[in-house]
Design a protein around this ligand. Structure first.
Ligand code: SAM
Length: 202
């Protein structure tokens, strides 16, 4: 059995209509907030099955999709074969642990992934190192919550306070940090709002 909990979720991830709808809303918000172009080398970090990249692929340049879950990467690879994500590169690296990959990007998008990374400072430094000067970072994640989203034993972040995360982004070297209401996750136990943080690298 895999030790990565996302491996077991990968095969059925796209069968949840809320995941597909969320990717559409997130992509729309990014399009609204960031001037995109076909020349922007783009990294989706923690891409899961690549739903957000599927939405953005015609608006950006060459895409690299990174995820630490082998199951998620397999789904992306099958979408490459099927022609749904025809020209993406699939990568396996963890900004919380490993050495940074070669290559830099004009756009980095990361959706609901940072809250899974206990060492936030290191993650933000990694994202900073991967961005070209003038590039744009888009972080979509949960607003601060009471811990009920993942329940007991979760080792990540219970969402993020927007003001605190803005300060952490600035400390990591990002500029022009903006926080925008983005979407929400609706469950039986409540509604969990999400933000889109946009930051640039001068
Ligand atoms: C909640 S899912 C979101 C997937 C996708 N972004 C989406 O919106 O459908 C979080 C994803 O982050 C990945 N992930 C978790 N920790 C990671 C890390 N340290 N580095 C890269 N990916 C990570 C998981 O494997 C999973 O695919």
């Amino acid at each position: 059995m895999s030790s990565d909990p996302f491996d077991d979720k990968a095969a059925t991830w796209d069968t949840d209509p809320s995941h597909v709808e969320r990717a559409k809303v997130v992509a729309q918000a990014i399009r609204r907030e960031v001037p995109l172009s076909r020349s922007m080398r783009t990294l989706e970090y923690g891409a899961g099955t690549g739903l957000v990249s599927e939405e953005l692929q015609n608006d950006v340049g060459p895409l690299t999709l990174a995820d630490t879950s082998a199951g998620m990467r397999e789904v992306i690879a099958s979408k490459v074969t099927q022609g749904r994500l025809p020209e993406v590169k699939v990568a396996d690296f963890d900004l919380g642990a490993a050495e940074l990959p070669d290559g830099r990007f004009e756009l980095i998008v990361t959706v609901l992934t940072l809250h899974h990374m206990p060492d936030l400072k290191r993650a933000l430094q990694g994202l900073h190192s991967l961005l070209e000067p003038g590039g744009q970072l888009c972080v979509v994640d949960l607003d601060k919550e009471d811990g009920s989203f993942h329940g007991d034993g979760f080792g990540g972040h219970h969402g993020f306070d927007r003001g605190e995360l803005s300060g952490q982004l600035r400390s990591a070297g990002f500029d022009d940090v903006r926080m925008i209401d983005c979407h929400y996750i609706e469950r039986d136990d409540g509604r969990f709002p999400m933000f889109l943080a946009v930051a640039t690298l001068s």
